[in-house]
Design a protein around this ligand. Sequence first.
Ligand code: FHN
Length: 421
Amino acid sequence: MNTLPPEAFAANRGQRAEAIGDPRLDWWRAAKFGLFIHWGLYAIPAGEWKGEAIPGIGEWIMHRARIPVAEYEPLAAQFNPVKFDAAEWVSLAKRAGQKYLVITSKHHDGFCLYKSDLTRYNMVDSTPFGRDILAELAAECARQGIRLGFYYSQTQDWHHPDGDGNDWDYDESKKDFGGYIENYVKPQVTELLTNYGPICLIWFDTPKGISEAQSRSLLDHVHQLQPDCLVCGRVGNALGDYASAGDNKIPSMAVDADWETPATINDTWGFKTDDHNWKSATDLVRKLVDIVSKGGNYLLNIGPTAEGIIPQPSVERLEAMGAWLDVNGEAIYGSKRGPIQGLPWCRTTRKPGHIYVHVFDWPADGTIRLPALDGPVTGAYLLGDPARTALPLSQQNDGLIIGGPAAAPDPVASVIVLTSE
Ligand code: FHN
């Protein structure tokens, strides 16, 4: 059954009954780890407007500072990310062990990173750079073998007179939101799903007051254009192919549904000069393990600068995650939520014939004590040990005792493989 802890999913439920068990999601279920990219005009002010630091997440600066369209729109004329390198961005995702990449085609500020025929407020028609970011990323993703998805803000659009959210330029009571969905959002989704090859998913966001009929028509529209393209639960009204947890929210227990946590490495999504609150690589690896042990996917964000540079602290952390996954990826990719839940010092994942115990806090005497498992355990070894040296194992009625080395084999998370065949 589809049970979603309400504290984690709130307005972002989703997953149509018919999508549960749907093989279109098989690649996504196995992938576990993706790269989110928030990039747009907001990277230019980077958290500061007219000399004043604007609190909150960087991509919301237009809203937080109530910047009129007439003042925000000219940022496009300054957007010249000469250091943008699609090959390098995709290569970073690969080095991190991420299997899919999701980039903001249009965020709430309404600016499009691609050539749209619906508005000139786009990367090709309004910036000195003049290159289609999505086209370059699509080519690189195809070349390097990583799936590409697009974030698209379907409800909020602070630039479009009929989009939701901008009440400082436009009179909310006069907006034709239905017309905006039909005549702007849907044609833009058509562009995204016809001009860039196979798209693995559309990541709609902040559904707010979108009607059920409008959410459904977007869902159907995506599936008509590309039947295999997944739709994130934030399309609204409990629709979508999989559920989205709240930002940076990890449910307290395993969830029997297809779900994903979108998350930041520091606090902001879009680049902000003064956000230095970086999570450690250890914390990030453990969050990945925690999410996967509960059956979810981790979509971890970067916010490149206005020049097109990925902040170095993000690069270092993603590479550290990739190094851990190089050794321990078998326990993550293609795994399912584990049989032991609720222990503070470890997490578990499983595959047929294997249970993976991810130990965060290695016991001082090297002895791992686990509760009883269903079914026999025939062997144990450390995943990081190329020789697969058998660890001493004893099974008692109330549990399993494994003799490990005295010191933690991996200070981030040491993975013990338990075999049952
Ligand atoms: O408002 C957005 C926010 O800017 C960011 O895109 C996140 C990513 O999940 N989604 C919304 C808030 O939940």
